[in-house]
Each structure stands twice: as structure tokens, then as C-alpha cells.
Design a protein around this ligand. Structure first.
Ligand SMILES: Cc1cc2nc3c(=O)[nH]c(=O)nc-3n(C[C@H](O)[C@H](O)[C@H](O)COP(=O)(O)OP(=O)(O)OC[C@H]3O[C@@H](n4cnc5c(N)ncnc54)[C@H](O)[C@@H]3O)c2cc1C
Length: 392
């Protein structure tokens, strides 16, 4: 391992490798350090990604990491009512273990150097400013220096905290996720995403079925963190009550935290920035973070490239990343965070009303932060009208 790079990226998840690829394509000398022995494994994801988001990072959908095409979804309310979600531009269920490796292949092809089993445990400071990273690699401690460190170390990011950013999570800003990949289950339409709502089955969250084939799917749950029972408890209970699911076999089991807001005003400091789950860049309504990578990596790379080329990697130069991200993504994600906090106060019988009041397109609009229709409906109901204040 060489001792000096322009950029060191901590974490070879999608945020790290997409950022690494784009930086290397600009001619920067890039090092990506991944603590796990294998990139992409274990997966902590339901593997859903929209077509435009995949195209934005340079893929067509024909690559072998795509397992299933998706053309819409079904939302199931607590009383079993359904709302058809329109297909829009469509999307895919990926095989993350293959997808993450493709991203790494392409980062390496663009010139980034990647090491696995390289665990960064500290930042090096010179004159009080971040100047590199300290890691364990092959049982040895190493110091490697750079002009900018990028923390792409995921939801449990320790590095952003070491850098001084308030990136820790509170029960309000993270959900507990649990998921089985299941085979030999019944799926009515394997090209649709299924989302089950209800405080009984998934308090402050939802259950999903993301099909990877006719009889195989990621079946998972995300719940708010204030429950006595675990996410696994609720998921097992729901599966046990559904014969079309309980007859299946579990071929993989995953768990993980899902950031649902708590966006950072500033994701930078001198010679340092955070990206992806490490910076809470996730849609708080559905927990999807992959689409966000396709926006934030491009924003970060332009700012990093300008900073390195101008020789000014101070916080004030990198602050452009904060400004652009908040303008292009953050403002809207913050609105969506308000929707999430409002929905936490809605009862199951009020959720049931959604079936007669909201169309599938209205639901899609909500996931994009558009609340006008929802507010009109809420204002007609005395109790819901009192919740409108949470959306403003
Ligand atoms: C149950 C569940 C279901 C989900 N479903 C979806 C979905 O369907 N669609 C979607 O878009 N998003 C989904 N997400 C969210 C999505 O998985 C994340 O947003 C995405 O993986 C974030 O990418 P990232 O690169 O920021 O972080 P990660 O993918 O978490 O990558 C971080 C990497 O950093 C490495 N690392 C951490 N610390 C260090 C260190 N100190 N040194 C070196 N390496 C380190 C980790 O090993 C890891 O490889 C889901 C999440 C969960 C938990």
C-alpha cells in the first residue's frame, strides 16, 4: 500500500465505490479501504433501485446484477385494502453482492486502488487538521496520508464522529431492519413490490416483499426503534400468519439499521467529507439509500476535484458540497422526514382511509415529498387536521 493519495475513501459500499470511480476518472489518485473480506457481502438491503437511478450511475439494467424487473407495486393497508402503485419509469431488484462488486470493478478500472480487510480505526491529524487514516491491514497497523478523507462507512459510521460530525443516530433517526431472502413462497405478481402497513404488524414502519423471481423474494421489515419487541419478532409473526410465506424456506438472513432522517447540516470539515448512509443520505419514507448515492457522489466529486485542483481543501472550500446537496436533495428529504414523523401519529383506522382517499400516484408523490393532496384530505378530518402542523 502506497503512503500518499489525493483521496482516501473509507468503505467500499456503493457510496464509496461510485465516489471512488468518479474521482479516479478525473485523474485523482484514489484509495478505497474496506474492512470486510468481501465487497457486497453480507448484503443489508432489499435490493430495490429505480431505473433512472441505475442509469444515472452508468448502467443499463442489462447487467447480470439485475435479478428482476419491477413495474409498480401494491400497498396493503391494515384492513387488507390495496392501492395499486403505478409503474412510472420502472425499476429493478438487484443482487447486491454482484452489484457492489461491479461498482468496485469499475472503480478499480477507472484507476482507484482498493483493499479489502483494511479496517480504518482512526484519523491522523497534523497541526490539528485531518491528514490521513490509521488502519489495520494484514494484522499490521498502517498510516496513510491524503488531501481529503471521505467517510463512506455506512450507517454505523464511526469515522464521521471521529472527524467531529454529529453523525450518531437517535431512536428517532434510525429504524431496525430485519430481512429473510425466501424461496418457494407465493407471490401474486413477481414484478410488483408489496408493502404492508399497520401498527400491529410493523409499528412505525412496514413489511415488504421485493421479488427476485417467481417464487423468491426479500421479505423484510423496518420498525421504529421504540418497541419492546424486535423487528425479527414482528417479521416472524407476520410470516407465520401467512401460509403462502410460511411454507417457504429462508436462504439468507440479514439485519441492519436504516437511517430515517437526522440529516446533517454540515457533512464536511477541513480535508474531510461524509457521504451515503454515513451522512444519513436516505429517503426517510422508504429507507432507500441507493438512489441517493447516484446524486450525492456526483455532487461530492465535483467539489472534491475543484478543491484538490485549486489546492484549497479547507472546510470553506468543501462547504459547497453541503450547499449543493441541501439544495438538490436535502430540502426535499427534510420534507419527507416530516411526513414520516406525521405518519407515526396516524392510527391503523386512519391508515385504512388512505385506500379510499389516495391514489397510487398520490402515494408516489408522498415518497417524493409532495404533500398537497395529503394535506387537503387531512384538513377534512378533525383529528388528522391537527396533524397537518407536522408537515409544515
Ligand atoms: C434491511 C435493509 C433494507 C434496505 N433496502 C434498500 C432497498 O431496497 N433499496 C435501497 O436503495 N436501499 C435500501 N437499504 C439502504 C441501503 O442498503 C443503503 O442506503 C446503502 O447500502 C448505503 O450505501 P453506503 O455505501 O453509504 O453504505 P454501506 O453499503 O453500508 O457500505 C459501507 C461500507 O463501509 C465499510 N466500513 C464500515 N466501517 C469501516 C471502517 N472503519 N473501515 C473500512 N471499511 C468500513 C462497511 O463494511 C461497508 O462495506 C436497505 C437497508 C437495510 C438495512
Amino acid at each position: 500500500m502506497e503512503q500518499k493519495y489525493d483521496i482516501i475513501i473509507i468503505g467500499a459500499g456503493p457510496s464509496g465505490t461510485v465516489t471512488g470511480k468518479l474521482c479516479a476518472s478525473k485523474g485523482l489518485k484514489v484509495l478505497i479501504l474496506e474492512k470486510r473480506p468481501e465487497i457486497g457481502a453480507p448484503k443489508r438491503c432489499a435490493e430495490g433501485l429505480g431505473k433512472p437511478d441505475l442509469e444515472r450511475i452508468g448502467y443499463t439494467g442489462k447487467e447480470r446484477f439485475v435479478t428482476q424487473k419491477i413495474d409498480g407495486g401494491i400497498l396493503i393497508t391494515p384492513n387488507g385494502g390495496t392501492i395499486d402503485l403505478p409503474p412510472g419509469p420502472g425499476g429493478y431488484i438487484l443482487e447486491r453482492k454482484v452489484f457492489d462488486k461491479f461498482l468496485a470493478y469499475d472503480a478499480a478500472k477507472a484507476g482507484a486502488k482498493i483493499y479489502t480487510k483494511a479496517h480504518v480505526f482512526d484519523l491522523i491529524r497534523v497541526g490539528g487538521k485531518i491528514a490521513g487514516v490509521r488502519l489495520m491491514y494484514n494484522g499490521e497497523q498502517k498510516d496513510v496520508y491524503c488531501k481529503i478523507v471521505v467517510a463512506a462507512d455506512g450507517v454505523e459510521s464511526k469515522i464521521a464522529r471521529i472527524a467531529g460530525l454529529p453523525s450518531g443516530n437517535t431512536p428517532n433517526t434510525i429504524e431496525s431492519g430485519y430481512q429473510y431472502e425466501m424461496a418457494n413462497i407465493d407471490i401474486a405478481d413477481p414484478h410488483k413490490l408489496y408493502t404492508y402497513l399497520g401498527n400491529e404488524i410493523a409499528p412505525r414502519g412496514y413489511i415488504w416483499i421485493f421479488p427476485k423471481g417467481s417464487h423468491i423474494a426479500n421479505v423484510g421489515i423496518g420498525i421504529g426503534n421504540c418497541n419492546e419487541k424486535t423487528a425479527k419478532y414482528y417479521l416472524d409473526k407476520w410470516i407465520a400468519g401467512n401460509p403462502g410465506m410460511s411454507k417457504g424456506s429462508i436462504i439468507e438472513e440479514n439485519s441492519g439499521g436504516i437511517p430515517i432522517g437526522g440529516f446533517l447540516e454540515s457533512m464536511t470539515t477541513d480535508n474531510f467529507l461524509a457521504i451515503g448512509d454515513a451522512a444519513h443520505q436516505v429517503n426517510p419514507l422508504h429507507g432507500g439509500g441507493l438512489a441517493e448515492v447516484s446524486f450525492s457522489a456526483q455532487i461530492a466529486v465535483d467539489v472534491i476535484n475543484d478543491a484538490i485542483k485549486s489546492g484549497d481543501t479547507s472546510n470553506s472550500a468543501l462547504d459547497k458540497y453541503n450547499k449543493l446537496w441541501w439544495e438538490k436533495r436535502g430540502k426535499n428529504l427534510k420534507k419527507i422526514e416530516k411526513i414520516v414523523h406525521m405518519l407515526e401519529k396516524v392510527t391503523d383506522s386512519e391508515l385504512n382511509m388512505a385506500q379510499s382517499s389516495l391514489s397510487g400516484q398520490d402515494i408516489i408523490d408522498l415518497t417524493e415529498g409532495k404533500t398537497h393532496k395529503l394535506i387537503r384530505i387531512m384538513l377534512k378530518n378533525p383529528r388528522l387536521a391537527t396533524l397537518v402542523k407536522y408537515l409544515k
